[in-house]
Design a binder for this molecule. Structure first.
Ligand code: ADP
Length: 397
């Protein structure tokens, strides 16, 4: 067997590892949680139980133990062929994945001001992998890179130009690897070249974003300078009136508090007063819970509104695509959202919708629908693994 491709997604207290063959086959998923605490543990997806991480439970120690596990199982011999790292923010520097060298590391560091919670921990993962595998090509894959094709009219905010020139204030967009995967998969399913495929792609997980993809390229997206803008999400508010900051500060809330509430206590959680989990909300709504009903209604209406907004960036549409935990599994959300969009001629086949597209090669639109509607399971790790091959093995300059 050829050496596999290791995919590393490093969060502040977690490490998600996936291993792929060079032929796109996923071999295993491993999650390390509660890192840098005494309860740091490693779990293998699809298996019960977990093992503690020794020492202080650092990212390096967790990665080292995970590599030990992969070797024990015969999944890695000496080293992986290449390593792909998820990096959240590539600013305007990174328009595609990059083979990591000292210069690239510096550039990722300099994007940290735009993503202070993410880029520094992504760098921790890169440095841990470099220590363990100094001779292995490592590739950084950026959440923002796919959106570097946004036209100026889509990425400028209506604020003084100097904010952009001095501080880089503009819309960057996120979830780029997922939207890119949607473009490639939808094109394959529709039997078209990706460069001729135009879509509206809705990634609905805990974070939610929607992207207009024109001829395979991102041309508008709902997240902005930060992942807070746009759709209503699990715990994030999405769009609010910017005047809310002044209003709340006059009520005595500090800016950090407002930021925390909008990021962690809003969205489905804030609206329902119960949970950010859509599956639970759907159950509660059925039992008559008013907050849960409200949360779902607001979520779906905002989404429908954004689907309408995305049409401003397209001259044709090959499909509306749903993905992410909610997009792939919630027939209710898809039904309620499309109910707002009859003017666009989008309709669903309710049976196919209830089957989450699994019975019908991802297609869930009704016979009379003006456009196809697809449900496609996302696979961001695969995009990263493919980029590690393309930029780490086939083009190692
Ligand atoms: P993340 O953004 O953290 O990767 P996911 O993509 O896994 O999150 O999405 C998590 C969301 O998907 C949660 O709100 C969860 O309730 C929802 N979800 C998962 N399965 C279902 C389901 N069967 N029905 C409705 N919602 C679901």
């Amino acid at each position: 067997m050829d050496d596999p491709i290791l995919v590393v997604n490093c969060g502040s207290s977690s490490l998600k590892i996936a291993l792929f063959t060079c032929q796109d086959e996923r071999l295993i998923n491993i999650l390390a949680e509660n890192l840098s605490t005494p309860t740091a543990r490693i779990r293998i997806s699809g298996e019960s139980g977990s093992t503690p991480v020794s020492g202080g439970g650092s990212h390096y120690e967790a990665l080292n133990e995970i590599i030990g596990l992969l070797r024990q199982r015969g999944l890695i011999a000496d080293a992986p062929a290449a390593i792909g790292h998820r990096v959240v923010h590539g600013g305007e520097t990174f328009k595609e994945p990059s083979l990591i060298d000292a210069q690239v590391l510096d550039a990722i560091r300099s994007c940290s001001a735009l993503a202070p919670l993410h880029n520094p921990v992504n760098l921790v993962g890169i440095e841990a992998a470099q220590q363990l595998f100094p001779g292995t090509p490592q590739v950084a894959v950026f959440d923002t890179a796919f959106h570097q094709t946004l036209p100026e009219h889509a990425y400028w905010y209506g604020v003084p130009q100097r904010y952009y020139r001095d501080w880089g204030v503009r819309r960057y967009g996120f979830h780029g690897t997922s939207h890119q995967f949607m473009a490639e998969e939808a094109a394959r399913l529709l039997g078209k070249p990706v460069s001729e495929t135009s879509l509206i792609s809705a990634h609905l997980g805990n974070g939610c974003s929607i992207t207009a993809i024109r001829d395979g390229k991102s041309t508008d997206t709902s997240m902005g300078l930060t992942p807070l803008e746009g759709l209503v999400m699990g715990t994030r508010s999405g769009d609010v009136d910017p005047g809310l900051f002044d209003f709340l500060s006059k009520k005595g809330l500090a800016i950090e508090e407002i930021n925390r509430v909008l990021n962690r206590e809003s969205g489905l959680l804030g609206l329902s007063g119960e949970t950010n989990d859509m599956r639970t909300l759907a159950q509660l709504a059925e039992e008559g819970h008013a907050g849960a009903r409200l949360a779902i209604e607001v979520f779906c209406f905002r989404l429908a509104r954004y689907i309408g907004a995305m049409t401003a960036s397209l001259s044709s549409l090959d499909a509306l695509v749903f993905t992410g935990g909610i997009g792939e599994n919630s027939a209710l959300v898809r039904h309620k959202t499309l109910a707002h969009l009859s003017l666009l001629g989008l309709t669903l086949d309710e049976e196919r919708n209830r089957g989450n597209g699994r019975l019908s090669e991802c297609r869930i639109e009704g016979n009379a629908s003006r456009y196809p509607v697809l449900v496609i399971p996302t696979n961001e790790e695969l995009v990263i693994a493919r980029a590690a091959v393309t930029h780490g093995l086939q083009n190692p300059t």
